[in-house]
Design a protein around this ligand. Structure first.
Ligand code: 5RP
Length: 226
């Protein structure tokens, strides 16, 4: 069973006529977008998509999903996106696909957010997955050295050609190999205050549901953040 497809299909059930829908990025969100494209074409589903990356934009355009830019809408009704890790208290790490900045912007202007993950992404504590930090290129090598000095074990996000990757927003990504994040909110605040950091992959108190793919099917978990 393809668990990414299972949760993508389940999440698509929450999308109704007339909605403005935030379309996530990654190999799981791919199946959501594919299913929404099918419903637009075959069932006449009326939605407007707001994409979170150039990659998702290309897929959605190909499928004929009508799109608007985030600045053309005042709010997004529902955003559905993947995640790299989801902790027991439903905080997350995102950005494995290098789209964290646009993903966080779209999520911020969304009335509701759902994450779709296979069960391997559910963890007790965040941090095994490297935490992406999106940075302005100017001064970024000094930021890298600062992270080294803090013991955060940084690495540059690279392309297949071993060059530093440039995001859709024109920035670099430094991945922090932290292994365990004791206090995600405190780390988020610390990163928020570093000059040159545009955004980081800690997504705190953002979702109302996580849909977890298991061999038994899609498990919809409602989330209430304290
Ligand atoms: C992209 C993301 C993705 O949602 C995250 O990396 C999960 O991707 P996948 O579904 O391919 O495992 O945050 O920036």
């Amino acid at each position: 069973m393809n668990l990414k497809e299972v949760v993508g299909l389940k999440a698509a059930e929450y999308v109704k006529d007339g909605m403005i829908v935030g379309l996530g990025t990654g190999s799981t969100a791919y199946y959501l977008v594919k299913e929404l494209g099918r419903r637009v074409k075959e069932e006449g589903l009326q939605i407007t998509g707001v994409v979170t990356s150039s990659k998702t934009e290309a897929q959605a355009r190909e499928l004929g999903i009508p799109l608007k830019k985030i600045d053309e809408v005042e709010a997004v009704d529902l955003t559905i996106d993947g995640a790299d890790e989801v902790s027991a208290d439903f905080q997350g790490i995102k950005g494995g696909g290098a789209a964290l900045l646009f993903e966080k912007i779209v999520a911020t202007y969304s009335k509701d957010c759902i994450w779709i993950v296979d069960e391997s992404k559910m963890v007790d504590q965040l941090g095994k997955f490297p935490l992406p930090v999106e940075v302005i290129p100017y001064g970024s090598h000094n930021l890298f050295r600062l992270f080294e000095a803090k013991g955060y074990q940084p690495t540059w996000r690279k392309t297949d050609n071993d060059e530093i990757l440039t995001t859709d927003g024109g920035h670099y990504i430094i991945d922090l190999h932290l292994e365990a994040i004791e206090n995600p909110k405190a780390l988020a605040t610390e990163l928020d205050h570093l000059v040159g950091v545009v955004e980081h992959g800690l997504f705190i108190d953002m979702i109302s549901k996580v849909i977890v793919g298991t061999e038994a099917g899609a498990n919809v978990i409602p989330v209430t953040h304290a």
